[in-house]
Design a protein around this ligand. Sequence first.
Ligand code: HSE
Length: 337
Amino acid sequence: MKKVPILIIGFGVIGSGVARVISEKKEVIRSKYGIDFELVGIGEHNGCVVCPEGIDPMEAHKLKQEGALNRHPCWKSGMNSIDLIKEVGADIVIEATPTNINSGEPGLSHMMTAFNAKKHVVTSNKGPLAVAFQKLRKMAEKNGVHFRFEASVGGAMPVLNLVRETLQANDILGIEGILNGTCNYILTRMSTEGLPYEHVLSEAQELGIAEADPTYDVEGIDTACKLVILANAIFGMNVSYKGVDVTGITQITPEALKLASDDGYVIKLIGEIQDENRPRVAPRLVPKDHPLAVGGTLNVISLRTDLAGEITITGRGAGAVETSSSILSDLISVCEA
Ligand code: HSE
């Protein structure tokens, strides 16, 4: 059995969700892959849990649910995550702090600290990737460690790993898709129920998938960040979200959706990268029977390739358990690399 000590930085919905899933899947991961992930540290904004002998991930998850992580016997009040990453022996850092697309912080510093400490990074955090993708990739390379971020785009949908592990021989010629579940939910509900925008936006917030500031969803910024990650990771571009042409969904009315529907179309917020063009996010008419016409909170991505033709995957783009699926996939593949 290979023991792999890990740190989780950011113990919110995603970070504590990962702890829960690691606990639930412990036996499967041991028997299928011979790996024993041992949680040795948790970083939060107001302190850390540190225990080199191993933290019970389910106990930590439960304490977090009760708002009482600071009652953990190994809680160190005031210790910061940078010191945790530097000082505690671990192979992999899971970075799951909240996304900040302007500065990328605090995730950016956590990732850079991890690379300098020769630790692999697995993340769901879009901000640092949208701000400094190539810098982070180069730092990981220079330090001889892995940098995996499947969970940052499309939640559970395995798009980056699909390209890296399965479509290796293909040139990827174009990418288009729905990368924001909140917008998809809003447009679907407005279209099927004829409800006004403001009403469905608050519904989407209640579902818990909208960004803390839902402007990022409805103005297309979240989609643009994910597109930037795809552009940089798959096409080797060096763009930030400011290099994306972005139009959101705030101007779309129930009447426009009705007119589209009468003609056999739905309106979707589509992110696309085609050939050498600037990445673009904008509402587009999509035929109702088209593979991109998925409803509700679903995400979808179509890859245009030279050998395989068109490949379309769809799935849940948000949620703690769904995002953990991608994080676990990255954790296992780092161990097997
Ligand atoms: N706010 C995002 C969405 C969450 O609605 O898709 C996942 O990145």
